[in-house]
Write a protein of this length. Structure first.
Length: 266
């Protein structure tokens, strides 16, 4: 088998090809499964996952039901101690296994490995509608540099529906160019910006979108919807979570947030 750019290829007992990436100065070693698809995809869907065994299958199955076929799925497990990687291996085209937890680092590895022209960074607990990629392909044009889709909570509680109505209005109106569990961009722009800031653990999405805006406009696509888990709000309380996000937004205007972190909720 070909040994390309210092990446060591190995063959498992069940015939699955696994690539062992050499350590990088800023990243731990990662095991990468070779893509199944032969053709270059239009879209690469990158899903970072940390202990997501309860959500990842549903997310991947929703992606597999897409009406558009020219896409690949790249899953980057990071610091997992559960069955996330085993579940993802069955349903994705590329599997990257990071031994340590790190959301931004996982996204960057996925973005670098992706072969598509358009990158979609999708949260592991966020579901696409079957026609989502088709709508994105039609509406995310070359004049767009960053974007997101209309968001919807997975629990139809009035407080959650109101929160997402406000959030969608902010994205639509341009009051806040953020994300709803999904970020769209062109790979060439993503590479040019340096990707996600790996020192940021909060507001990293807004930071990337701000950098991408140098290349074009922000697109809010409302012709399809993503449904996102409300587990963090169920665990921490709706009012408390809203206060936290408002506080972080205000702090981001006046200070550096690299010291801020929040706990994973599973």
């Amino acid at each position: 088998m070909e040994n390309n750019e210092g990446i060591l290829a190995s063959q498992s007992s069940v015939g699955t090809v696994v690539l062992e990436a050499p350590p990088l100065p800023t990243r731990p070693p990662a095991r990468i499964a070779r893509p199944k698809a032969a053709k270059t995809p239009l879209i690469s869907i990158i899903i970072p996952a940390h202990n997501e065994q309860n959500y990842i299958r549903q997310t991947l199955e929703a992606v597999k039901r897409q009406t558009l076929s020219a896409f690949e799925i790249v899953v980057v497990t990071n610091g997992c101690t559960d069955q996330t990687a085993e579940i993802a291996r069955e349903l994705c085209d590329q599997l990257i296994v990071m031994p340590e937890r790190g959301l931004s680092r996982a996204r960057n590895l996925g973005g670098e490995a992706a072969r598509g022209k358009v990158l979609i960074f999708l949260d592991a607990d966020t579901l696409l509608e079957p026609h989502a990629l088709e709508v994105i392909a039609q509406q995310f044009g070359p004049d767009c540099a960053a974007g997101t889709l209309k968001g919807c909570p997975d629990i139809a509680r009035p407080s959650y529906k109101l929160m997402y109505a406000v959030k969608n209005f902010q994205h639509w109106s341009g009051l806040h160019e953020g994300s709803s569990g999904i970020i769209l961009c062109w790979k060439e722009h993503f590479i040019a910006t340096g990707g996600f800031d790996e020192a940021l653990h909060v507001t990293e999405n807004s930071d990337l979108i701000r950098k991408l805006r140098f290349f074009g406009k922000y697109a809010f696509i409302s012709g399809t919807t993503v449904t996102t888990s409300m587990r963090r709000y169920e665990n921490g309380g709706w009012a408390q979570m809203v206060r936290m996000w408002v506080k972080l937004w205000v702090q981001s205007l006046v200070s550096d947030l690299r010291h801020e972190k929040y706990e994973a909720v599973r």
